[in-house]
Ligand binder design. Structure first.
Ligand SMILES: [Zn+2]
Length: 331
């Protein structure tokens, strides 16, 4: 496997991965837009005193109400420790993105694409495709997100990358809830930035599912992963962690674009019954593709778990209830 960067015809820096074992290369590209946006967003977000308050010294940071109106895009945290937190969040986000691309290869997605379309390349730039291919595409993206979730969350829970932060933060991260809180913050931010492109939200001919729907699927995978590891303390903390994550990222988003008030509207579609039906349809289609994918995968890992009746409904109910609760408080 090779990994590198090239400049696209549009002048964007793109990452690529090539499966060198196969005579026909599998190439995957991701946009530099997301990397740059993520770095900028996280630096600005940690520059506010009421975002991720458990980490570093938020008292050294700014209050949104004291800043002049307008977008706040060039802020950097005053506190050195919070700058280190930004780096850790970036590593979490980049690891998710990289693992997403590699999952497309090792789970056989590029080979399946070759069989169906005669080309093994996959682009993460959201593009329009014919409707009858949308189901396949959505399903592969969901599987790549699922692989990325396991691959990025597992190592962090096991203590990877602690060297990137100072002693004070390392002590905070000894509590697994705080580690998961950072990971959820990084991943929510990724999808929230993608969600900025509102044109692609609900299209049935898009190559990718709507970003916030992907986020919900990632959170479902995360819950399944935590349950499999027997992380009961973390599972018991999830409602609180969801609440903090939703509010923190939406608040940071509002501050950065120049608003001092935030809302949770971005979650509305993902948590709606329409969103639930979309997830169910994708999961049903996944079962159809699985037989084709199994012989094509090149790693020892397994495809993300197939749906089982129950959890998705209860989690959906949990999130929806939580959303209503938040609306009551913050409307
Ligand atoms: Zn993808």
């Amino acid at each position: 496997m090779e990994y590198g960067f090239f400049e696209s015809p549009k002048g964007e820096l793109q990452a690529f991965a090539i499966e060198s074992k196969n005579p026909i290369c599998s190439v995957i590209a991701v946009s530099s837009y997301l990397h740059i946006s993520l770095g900028n967003f996280l630096h600005c977000a940690l520059s506010f005193s009421d975002i991720l308050v458990e980490f570093g010294d938020p008292g050294m940071e700014r209050k949104a109400s004291e800043l002049p109106p307008g977008p706040r895009l060039d802020l950097r945290p005053h506190d050195i420790e919070r700058r280190k937190i930004v780096n850790l969040l970036l590593i979490m986000g980049f690891r998710f993105l990289t693992a997403h691309e590699l999952t497309h290869i090792v789970h056989g997605h590029t080979q399946l694409r070759m069989q169906h379309n005669g080309t093994a390349s996959m682009s993460e730039a959201v593009h329009a495709i014919v409707p009858n291919q949308s189901e396949d595409s959505f399903t592969l993206e969901m599987d790549a997100d699922s692989g990325a979730t396991l691959e990025s969350l597992g190592p962090f829970l096991d203590g990877a990358y602690r060297w990137t932060v100072g002693e004070e933060t390392a002590a905070t991260l000894a509590k697994p809830q705080n580690l998961l809180r950072l990971w959820m913050f990084a991943i929510y931010t990724l999808f929230r930035i993608l969600d900025d492109d509102r044109h692609t939200r609900r299209s049935l001919t898009s190559s990718h599912p709507p970003p916030m729907l992907r986020l919900r699927m990632v959170l479902l995978t995360m819950e399944a992963f935590l349950a499999k590891r027997g992380e009961t303390v973390l599972l018991d903390s999830l409602s609180e962690l969801y609440r903090k994550t939703f509010i923190d990222v939406e608040k940071a988003y509002a501050y950065i674009v120049g608003r001092n008030n935030y809302d949770l509207k971005a979650l509305t579609y993902a948590l709606s019954s329409e969103g639930t039906n979309r997830i169910e349809a994708i999961r049903m289609h996944w079962a159809n593709l699985r037989d084709e994918l199994e012989p094509l995968k090149t790693c020892l890992g397994k495809l993300a778990p197939l749906p089982v009746a129950g959890p998705i409904q209860s989690i959906s109910g949990q999130l929806t209830k939580r959303k209503r609760h938040l609306y009551r408080h913050y409307k």
